[in-house]
Design a protein around this ligand. Structure first.
Ligand code: ATP
Ligand code: MG
Length: 325
């Protein structure tokens, strides 16, 4: 408040009405400036870089290993960052043996292990920012610890706190989850707005998904937020989509075809196909997934400076629309 009412009574009234500061006339510009600066500092401490926009957490999961969870999580994270030029966090929750950093060729300078040493109530944004590894695509990776033993030191309380902090800072958060329901995995699933479940077209994988869906039902997760993605990780003949859907009693939302050499060489080079070759069939597929899984508000508004990834996706949507008519 800046006012000529300079009595103590008026001042108290002002503060009671919610003023953060009360300056009486006549005043010196330098004093006004100094007080505004103090106020701004106070606000900055109280609300650490809170992003105004909402944030979306997408968990990628399977109870069975080797069905493409990490591949999907990595390519989705990069795809989202290339679409929206927005900050995306890729969180490796495979705390015992994760490989998100490897898949992006990032040296393990810092990992989850560095966070385990800090009491969860002392964890804050700046600290977390220093632990994330920055990839040139704009994706920030929270890498899995270097050793199994270190992985065991991450408690569910730390995991939950870290995910909360990330939510305040990143518009998109992608979780590469392990093949289990341990407490830290549940912390990730609980935080998720959407859960992508990977399935390969073979019996063991179908059983794993049926088992996972049962647990999701028990946990009270809305089936609406669960999307099944069928991934052809092998070349031989597999089960039919319709049969799998009947057993699962849940639709398969997307299908990834078998990619002969692409993913393996991409892993060896540390460059996911959505970066190395965005116009290849796999690159295209992941760009489209990234768009489909984007926040509604992003999909509905045209960006002021659209990225080339955005333009490509929109062109494809138009083309599909035309061919349908
Ligand atoms: N559509 C595909 N076509 C061919 N190979 C694939 C496909 N999807 C994934 N792969 C390959 O399958 C292997 C497993 O993929 P990935 O590591 O992403 O799975 P995961 O579920 O995270 O495995 P893990 O259990 O090791 O965590 C990798 O070698 C990957 O390159
Ligand atoms: Mg993996």
């Amino acid at each position: 408040m800046l006012t000529a009412h300079d009595s103590l009574e008026e001042k108290i009234k002002g503060f009671e009405a919610g003023a953060d500061e009360y300056i009486t006339k006549p005043f010196q510009p330098a004093e006004l400036q100094a007080r505004v600066k103090v106020l701004m500092r106070r606000v900055a401490i109280a609300l650490p870089e809170r992003v105004q926009k909402t944030s979306k957490v997408i968990a990628v999961f399977s109870l069975r290993g080797g069905v493409g969870v990490s591949t999907f999580a990595t390519n989705l994270a990069v795809g989202l960052s290339q679409l929206w030029k927005d900050q995306v966090a890729l969180v490796d929750m495979v705390l015992t043996m994760g490989q998100s950093a490897l898949m992006l060729n990032l040296p393990l300078r810092n990992t989850w292990g560095d966070l385990a040493k800090i009491p969860s109530e002392e964890l804050e944004n700046d600290l977390l920012k220093n632990v994330l590894l920055n990839h040139e695509s704009g994706v920030s990776v929270l890498a899995a610890p270097r050793t199994y033993v270190e992985g065991e030191t991450i408690t569910p309380a730390i995991a939950t706190k870290v995910l909360d902090l990330l939510r305040n800072n990143y518009p998109y958060i992608i979780l590469d989850l392990p093949h289990d329901f341990r407490e830290t995995t549940l912390a990730g699933l609980d935080a998720a707005d959407e859960i992508i479940v990977l399935i390969a077209p073979e019996l063991a994988s179908v059983r794993a998904v049926v088992g996972a869906l049962e647990v999701f039902d028990e946990l009270g997760y809305d089936r609406e937020k669960i999307r099944i993605v069928m991934n052809w990780v092998f070349e031989r003949k597999g089960l039919a989509r319709k049969d799998i859907e009947n057993v699962m009693k849940h639709p398969i939302q997307y299908v990834i075809p078998f990619v002969p050499d692409g993913f393996v060489s991409a892993i060896n080079l540390g460059v996911p196909p959505v970066i190395s070759d965005p116009e290849s069939p796999v690159g295209t597929l992941f760009e489209d997934f990234a768009f489909a899984l984007s926040k509604q508000e992003d999909k509905e508004s045209t960006p002021s400076a659209p990225t080339s990834a955005y333009n490509r996706v929109v062109e494809r949507i138009k083309a599909r629309h035309h061919s349908r008519r």
